[in-house]
Design a protein around this ligand. Sequence first.
Ligand SMILES: [Zn+2]
Length: 78
Amino acid sequence: MAPRDGGPLGGEQRFSVYTGAELASDAAIPTAAQLGLEPPRYCGQCGRRMIVQIDPVGWWAQCSRHGRIHSNEIAGYR
Ligand SMILES: [Zn+2]
């Protein structure tokens, strides 16, 4: 199951979810491959710092603009 469109990790990643830095256009980093091990800290769509909560079954991260994503939403995306 792919992340829903419009979420922090939906669509093409424009910012690193770990550093918040803008990604180069040719940096096709499979960010989702790393997720599940470590929660994202920044929104991949806008680079905003996200609220991150870790729970016993995973984590969720929330962007004030793009909403919340839970680790179970990307479980099949790796
Ligand atoms: Zn965002």
